[in-house]
Design a protein around this ligand. Structure first.
Ligand code: LLP
Length: 433
């Protein structure tokens, strides 16, 4: 099954992305190779921007959560789609800046921003800082005074929602390293404190309940809790908060059985909740921000590998080893994440062999998938893993001193290099002897 509308199979029985033959791409650029379809990214962006318009009008903005994949090429695409950007480190901020991203549409997140990162954010003029805790608030207050800057902030709030997803990517519950809690009064206290600070304007609140979520209900519940909290702030402190950032977390399809929510259904439901609680509590409608990461880029990306050793352990298992693995895609070893596998040069052949797909790192857990049905494979075949647009390149490493792969972007039938393949010289460039 092909997961994304950018993938097809051509008359040579080869997988194509954005109309380009993946076997030819592998030959031209080498493997492992990340391939992104720009047109698919833009389609995903528009699903969000159009449904925001349809259900909430113009008083909202979609921010792309760049942790899913942060490259200068992507920052430029996001800017041209008139979206904002969520960055979570100095490195992501710097990438956006170098790509010419409009800084006023950048939201700077993170649970432990350093002084250096905050200074960079203030000097580049980011639109908003999403403050996580009291330590950060005090630091920011001091830096604003020293640098003579004013900044608008949101606070990251833990709404107390337990979303059904992997433990490591669940973030909205009270026992989380992110944000301040509602139920123990911490959130109200920090806002009260910030309201007294001369260079800081508290304009809103933010929450993010987790990632790869398939239910609508936790999002609606979070929106409800957050709007009620905004009304409580108005009531208790007389402070009008105008922005509500509802985070990201919308699930995508990795395998046939994954069943994501259509984004317009999400927007429709959440808009209704926000409107009805605002009415009930007599609040003006806030500006709404949403921060999808995975669902903007995942389905637009695949990774191509060359098959090397194919090893059969009689009566046990067939191993198929590829020229990448946990260094370009650590999601299997971290989360036992599922993917769809396609033998790109035999795309429509019958899938009659069960393989465990292994990487090349010196680590038994370095797999990309277990019990994967594929056509009989041989060394030299091209294996496509999909969808890998989100949290693959961005989480890649040089483990075993393996150079990171190149990335090409395809659009309107053409491919261009957006990330060069690392060389061994790149790998040792910061070594001092
Ligand atoms: N906003 C905030 C504040 C976040 O922390 C995140 C993700 C997002 C937005 C975007 O969430 P998305 O729409 O992509 O689900 N490495 C994990 C995912 C970690 C997500 C962390 N925060 C993975 O590979 O599944």
């Amino acid at each position: 099954m092909l997961q994304s509308e950018c993938l097809t199979i051509n008359q040579d029985n080869h997988l194509t992305i954005g109309g380009l033959d993946t076997v030819s791409l592998a030959k031209e650029y080498g493997t492992p190779l990340y391939v992104m379809d720009e047109d698919q990214v833009r389609r995903n962006c528009r699903l969000y921007t159009n449904s925001m318009k349809q259900f909430y009008g113009d008083n909202g903005m979609i921010l792309y959560a760049s942790k899913a994949q942060c490259t200068m090429a992507l920052c430029k695409i996001i800017a041209s789609e008139k979206m904002g950007l969520d960055v979570v480190s100095g490195g992501e901020l710097y990438t956006a800046h170098k790509a010419g991203f409009p800084m006023e549409h950048v939201y700077f997140h993170g649970n432990n921003k350093t002084e250096e990162e905050l200074k960079l954010a203030l000097s580049l003029g980011v639109g908003r800082i999403v403050v996580d805790n009291l330590h950060e608030l005090s630091l920011l207050d001091r830096l604003c005074t020293e640098m003579n800057k004013n900044i608008s902030i949101l606070f990251r709030i833990k709404p107390g929602i337990d979303a059904h997803t992997h433990d490591f990517i669940m973030t909205g519950q009270i026992d989380s390293k992110f944000g301040v809690a509602l139920e123990n009064g911490e959130a109200m206290d920090i806002i009260k404190k910030a309201a007294t600070m001369k260079n800081i304007s508290v304009v809103g609140v933010h929450c993010h309940i987790g990632s790869q979520i398939f239910d609508l209900e936790p999002f609606c519940e979070a929106a409800k809790i957050m709007v009620h909290f905004m009304a409580d702030v108005k009531q208790e402190l007389g402070l009008s908060l105008t922005e509500l950032n509802l985070g990201g977390g919308f699930g995508v399809q990795y395998i046939e059985t994954d069943d994501p929510i259509a984004y317009d259904k999400y927007m429709e439901a959440v808009s209704q909740v926000v409107k009805s609680v605002c009415k009930e509590r007599n609040l003006p409608l806030p500006r709404i921000l949403m921060e999808p990461g995975r669902s903007i880029v995942a389905s637009a990306g695949i990774t191509l590998y060359t098959v090397g050793a194919v090893k059969t352990i009689p009566n046990v298992r067939h191993y198929l080893a590829v020229d990448g693995g946990m260094c370009d895609n650590p999601r299997y070893i971290l989360y036992q994440a599922d993917y769809t596998f396609i033998l790109a040069n035999k795309a429509n052949n019958e899938k009659n062999v069960c393989y465990t797909v292994a990487g090349k790192c010196c680590e038994s857990g370095d797999l990309l998938g277990r019990d994967v049905m594929l056509p009989a494979a041989e060394s030299g075949d091209i294996l496509a893993v999909t969808p890998t647009g989100a949290y693959n390149f961005s989480m890649s490493s040089n483990y075993n001193r393996i150079p990171r792969p190149a990335m090409v972007m395809v659009s309107e039938g053409k491919a261009r290099l957006v990330i060069k393949r690392e060389t061994y010289e790149d790998v040792i460039k910061n070594d001092c002897v």
